[in-house]
Design a protein around this ligand. Structure first.
Ligand SMILES: Nc1nc2c(ncn2[C@@H]2O[C@H](COP(=O)(O)OP(=O)(O)OP(=O)(O)O)[C@@H](O)[C@H]2O)c(=O)[nH]1
Ligand SMILES: [Mg+2]
Length: 282
């Protein structure tokens, strides 16, 4: 058996989580059209015959000055040292700007033997000329060992990316195989699902200024009871989250419950509470 650690980094919204899901062939990472949807480093496993990938999704580099208040946000660079392969994911449909330089700069003094692949994602959104131009442009950056134009939406280029990535797996004697292909704390995962639904349904800054905390999980036979608090800073945010006669909270809860049920393949009871943080910074 050969295995390789892959870490995905890149600007927020570039499609890192979408790529993880595409490689996995199932939805394990949360995807959102809003920025900063991934907030912690999530590890998943995927076996392709004799090769195993341990894939780490990370929160995106966020350039906006708007401060994210989520206190569980982890550093996208934390796992670089133990990785074999780094995918730097760029949204090719955006105009090339200097944001990628920040990522290169922070990588430069961290990488040793790791291979760095530049992933030009969202090629389904642009003309071929733009792809060729981008390849030419980024080729001058020595840090990239390979460049892969792909679409995490259509799947174009993914097979090729996996094929190349296999070359950088190394022989291992994995003693304790993971029992499931997803290794994240369930509490965190359930919180993230609900947070994703808040992102989907509520606009402006509220989703970034609230924390979703999974307080308790009760497993009974084929059912799971999940108790979550949404902690907000302001009464006005609380009102918006709850909505008219609780309609918004109900919508968020239903969407989250469905998603968790699909993932767990069990009946889910989800209890959501909105709490006001007691003057403490969240
Ligand atoms: N057209 C198109 N859209 C894509 C592609 N990949 C991702 N998206 C969309 O881009 C948005 C952001 O995708 P995510 O996978 O959440 O991006 P991310 O890099 O994980 O974002 P953060 O977790 O916030 O850093 C979502 O609306 C995706 O559906 C692609 O190849 N083509
Ligand atoms: Mg993400």
């Amino acid at each position: 058996m050969k295995s390789g650690n892959i870490v995905l980094i890149g600007q927020t919204n570039s499609g890192k989580s979408s790529l993880v899901n595409k490689i996995m062939g199932q939805r394990v990472s949360l995807v959102s059209r809003k920025k900063q949807s991934t907030t912690f480093n999530q590890k998943v496993y995927k076996k392709f015959s004799e090769n195993e990938f341990i894939i780490q999704d990370t929160p995106g580099f966020f350039s906006s000055r708007k401060k994210i208040n989520n206190n569980i946000i982890s550093s996208p660079l934390a796992e670089i040292e133990t990785s074999d392969l780094i995918y730097v994911v760029v949204d090719i449909s955006l105009r090339i700007n200097n944001e990628y330089k920040k990522i290169i700069n922070s990588l430069e003094n961290k990488i040793e033997k790791q291979q760095v692949f530049l992933i030009l994602n969202k090629i389904d959104k642009v003309k071929k000329d733009k792809v060729l131009g981008a390849i030419k442009f980024y080729s001058k950056e020595k840090i990239f060992n390979e460049i892969f134009p792909i679409s995490s939406l259509t799947g174009e280029g993914i097979t090729n990316l996996i094929k190349f990535s296999k070359k950088f797996t190394v022989k291992t004697s994995l003693k304790s195989k993971p029992s499931s292909n997803i290794q994240i704390k369930k509490k965190l995962f359930y919180s993230e699902v609900t947070r994703e639904k808040i992102l989907d349904k509520i606009h402006r800054e509220i989703p970034y200024q609230c924390d979703v905390v999974t307080e308790k999980i009760n497993k009974v036979a084929s059912q799971i009871k999940i108790y979550q608090s949404i902690v907000v800073k302001r009464q006005s945010h609380k009102n918006i989250l709850i909505g008219k006669k609780g309609s918004m909270l109900k919508e968020i809860g239903q969407a989250s419950r469905k998603e968790i049920a699909r993932f767990e393949n069990k009946k889910i009871h989800l209890f959501l509470f909105v709490k006001l943080a007691k003057e403490k910074k969240i």
